[in-house]
Write a protein that binds this ligand. Sequence first.
Ligand SMILES: *[C@@H]1O[C@H](CO)[C@@H](O)[C@H](O)[C@H]1NC(C)=O
Length: 503
Amino acid sequence: MFSRPSLQALALSLLATGSLVHAGPCDLYASGGTPCIAAHGTTRALYNAYTGPLYQVKRGSDNTTTTISPVSAGGVANAAAQDTFCASTTCLITIIYDQSGRGNHLTQAPPGGFNGPDIGGYDNLASAIGAPVTLNGKKAYGVFVSPGTGYRNNAVSGSATGDEPEGMYAVLDGTHYNDACCFDYGNAETNSKDTGNGHMEAIYYGDNTVWGSGAGSGPWVMADLENGLFSGQGTKNNAGDPTITSRFVTAIVKGKPNQWAIRGGNSASGSLSTYWTGARPTVGGYNPMSLEGAIILGIGGDNSNGAQGTFYEGVMTTGYPSDATENSVQANIVAAKYATTSLVSGPALTVGSSISFHVTTPGYTDRYLAHTGATVNTQVVSSSSTTTLKQGASWKVRAGLANSACYSFESTDTAGSYIRHSFFTLLLNANDGSKIFNEDATFCPQAGLNGQGSTIRSFSYPTRFFRHYANVGYIASNGGVHAWDNPGSFNDDVSFVVGAAFA
Ligand SMILES: *[C@@H]1O[C@H](CO)[C@@H](O)[C@H](O)[C@H]1NC(C)=O
């Protein structure tokens, strides 16, 4: 037997030979003396030697699961394995594995002090296909958190408690956020309840202004320290915390006794900047901190789950990482070359064309997606229908209002009104130009789940698809709390053949 080098020694030797690019983020943290106690990434391995599971997905067709691992040691996730496993059905991310060896996996968040509006129990799981990207040209999937979605581990090994030092980073989608509470990744309460100031230390991303804010109108990287999102000292504005404009953002929060910092940068290029560094907030309860050591993703410490965002990778460390260590991690992230990729698949749609959506469910194939006033429904339409009905069942394809890689569908008879979802029901509403309307009215088609035509995925709730149920239009998930989420005939009800418009 020969003794194997420790990861730290390995990373140091890699550093010594100048092969920085071969050391993963957690090799770099280890070499800096602040090792990862949790490493979460659905997109790639975060240690250069890691070959274990990255995440688990569960498919709707038979409720079975599979594990997605890197294609090679230290490499990008095997997205092709997911695509094969999830073909012609729906898939959810059920476990985000901890790569540190400590078993600090993230799973569906349990109910907390705040009960979500969508389900009164556990939070929702993320779609496995809501956040496709490429790393160095290879496809991988992030974790797309819609409101109501959350992951958590309340029994973490090795995390900071009390006033102990820690660091963390996350790579996020800079364009996916809202102002609700709270899209977080980091250290939180172990009972899923608000236990007071200083009981959390997590990265927050969004444009909430209830507690703190930065320059411009947001979104910002802030720290959720419980009962406050902090951009700097106090709970007010820090002009040094900039509005983020990059598609990919590296967000960093770290803390130690009476000292903490916020740092950030563009994950696709350049270096990190320090947005805040200094003493703990002088408001009571934050010095010393009272950390509990759970880990949350996509939610607040009390399970507040109204926020949205996208997580690609992130870690928690023990010890307060040096800026130099974090700078080398940022260089590694940049070298991973995060980039966007297509959000749509299946039959192509052409912006500017006029189309109809033909129902494929057996027994209903004389029906098309139409509207009666604001209600989106299915109606029996044919070449001999009235002009009014033909127009009501005809839609103009527009570039997606929230994301031009997807589409929006404008009414033919009511210019300026679009199909949007509201409380998971499809409506025809006038475009009010708001961010929420744009998101509610953007859809990303994929190949039809029943093998026919297209399935029209909601951009903002990618576990949900256009569905006709009792002849009314919804965005439905494959199983869920609403009647229209019934898994019976799901694949047929969400598959529509897109054809020429009637009018
Ligand atoms: C999957 O599990 C859910 C919840 O337990 C159940 O309602 C559904 O029928 C199952 N689906 C299949 C295909 O077994």
